[in-house]
Design a protein around this ligand. Structure first.
Ligand SMILES: Cc1cc2nc3c(=O)[nH]c(=O)nc-3n(C[C@H](O)[C@H](O)[C@H](O)COP(=O)(O)OP(=O)(O)OC[C@H]3O[C@@H](n4cnc5c(N)ncnc54)[C@H](O)[C@@H]3O)c2cc1C
Length: 466
């Protein structure tokens, strides 16, 4: 007869060591809660192991290649540029492991915290069972359970796709040779970051995007400018391209697609499938605890991150909505503040910025012009090219623009889109102004050190009044 597994009691159990789970586990344990965190693969989750950290590390290598090729523009002579992909991949891997090990060691050294490697699933609304990585099973119960299991790349049901070798956002970062011709299925932001990166490494790149334009959630001028920049960098971008069938073998893959009523095809050596992400919810046996999911499998929560089951919470990508590390981290803050600081923290009205790390960066916060007009708001909009910013001209990186949306009556900044060098940092300055409710007139007249990109804020708000 099999022996029953004893159930171990905790104050909180966290499933997944992503961008919410890890800091929450540390905060709860440091506050004296007996806490368990369960991770089935690597500490740090997607961001550190397969997302932000590795991509931005490789984007940095690609940018060096880009600037090295542009040496002559600055009066710097360079020899022929070649890329050592093995070194690029090794550099990326070293940074991942540094971040991952730091997180793991910190958790292992924390009192009251049990870091358990294994796959978790629910037994009931208070209990989870862990299939331990090194064999065996543990059962844990707690009055508070947090699901932070994130997501993974999606593979759409396109005929033939399952039968050809494909890359996803994880495996594409481990190919040690440069693809001759990389086909990218999906022109979303993850796809575009890889597309530009591999173009800069020297691959021919074709992006097939099903929608009518890039950046469909941004204003039309953003999509147009983005497309022009990427084309200038030598990428082939096909919007309105509906993939219908895929054929081929390693090194020789053809995507058949329809565009403007015509049947077309493109052949490449590698195919990166980058068409969204799926939640890691199926393996959790959520039904055993009665936890509701939406039709995409994302766990549904209220504005306190509580699921439909009392005591069970979800944080980060698993709950759907904008999939960013900073959202997952803010979910941690909400749970920490509610539980440890007894504050009424909630997810409503969060100002959610985002930056796409193509070069130049595309950064956005608050409302864009289309959204503001759709809401019928009385707004004023100003836009200047980055070629109106001295610093961008001096560094010869003046592609893109700054665009700001201001409430016509209150002079409050409602949002901005920055497509430009260090766009994420410029956007964050405007975000801080929005958080502090500074009227735009203050930034228009502010003394910024010359010559910084911040000076562009003077210029764009001057343009508003021109
Ligand atoms: C290529 C790429 C680039 C990105 N770039 C950016 C960027 O520049 N900026 C940005 O903000 N965001 C970026 N993101 C998104 C960002 O990585 C995610 O939004 C973020 O990591 C989500 O974190 P999370 O806390 O929801 O979960 P995750 O970080 O996904 O962690 C979930 C963890 O749960 C574990 N897990 C899953 N199931 C189980 C189970 N049953 N039992 C135990 N453990 C389990 C997983 O192994 C994983 O470690 C990028 C994503 C990708 C893929």
């Amino acid at each position: 007869m099999a022996t029953a597994i004893a159930t171990e009691s905790f104050d909180a159990v966290i499933l997944g060591s992503g961008q919410a789970g890890k800091p929450l586990a540390l905060a709860l344990a440091n506050a004296g809660w007996k806490t368990a965190i369960v991770e089935r693969k690597f500490v740090g989750g997607t961001c550190i192991n397969f997302g932000c950290t590795p991509t931005k590390t490789m984007v940095a290598s690609a940018r060096v290649a880009y600037l090295a090729r542009r040496g002559a523009d600055y009066g710097v002579k360079t020899g022929p540029i070649s890329i050592d992909m093995k070194k690029v991949v090794a550099r990326k891997q070293a940074i991942i492991e540094r971040f991952r090990n730091y997180g793991q060691q910190k958790m292992e050294a924390t009192k009251n915290l049990d870091l358990i490697f294994g796959a978790a699933k629910f037994v009931d609304a208070r209990t989870v069972e862990i299939a331990l990585r090194d064999g065996g099973t543990r059962r844990l119960s707690a009055p508070k359970i947090v699901i932070n299991t994130g997501g993974r790349p999606n593979k759409p049901p396109i005929p033939g796709l399952a039968d050809v070798p494909t890359l996803d956002s994880t495996s594409v970062m481990d190919i040690a040779e440069l693809p001759k011709h990389l086909l990218v299925l999906g022109g979303g932001f993850i796809g575009l970051e890889f597309a530009q990166m591999y173009r800069r490494f020297g691959a021919e790149v074709t992006v097939l995007e099903g929608g009518p334009r890039l950046a469909p959630r941004d204003d039309e001028d953003v999509g147009e400018a983005l497309q022009a920049i990427l084309r200038e960098d030598g990428l082939r971008i096909e919007c309105g391209a509906q993939a219908e069938r895929v054929e081929g073998k390693s090194g020789d893959i053809t995507v058949f697609y329809k565009k403007d009523g015509k049947s077309l095809s493109v052949n490449g050596s590698h195919l990166l499938v980058s068409v969204g992400r799926k939640p890691n919810s199926e393996d959790l046996d959520l039904a055993a605890a009665g936890i509701s999911v939406d039709k995409g499998g994302f766990v549904t929560v209220d504005d306190t991150l509580q699921t439909n089951v009392d005591g069970i919470f979800a944080a980060g990508d698993i709950k759907g909505g904008p999939a960013f590390t900073h959202i997952s981290y803010d979910d941690f803050r909400i749970l920490r503040d509610r539980w440890l600081n007894k504050l009424d923290a909630r997810t409503n009205d969060r100002l959610v910025p985002n930056t796409v790390f193509i070069d130049p960066q595309l950064a956005q916060v608050g409302l864009n012009e289309t959204e503001a007009r759709k809401r019928g708001l009385n707004v004023r909009v100003a836009k200047i090219g980055m070629n109106g910013v001295a610093r961008a001209l001096e560094t010869d990186e003046s592609r893109g623009f700054m665009k700001v949306i201001v409430d016509a009556k209150s002079n409050q900044i409602l949002g901005c889109t920055i497509l430009g060098i260090e766009g994420g940092e410029i956007m964050s300055m405007l975000q801080i102004a929005m958080m502090g409710k500074l009227p735009y007139t203050v930034l228009k007249e502010a003394i910024f050190a010359h010559p910084t990109l911040a000076e562009g804020l003077n210029n764009v708000f001057l343009a508003l009044d021109a």
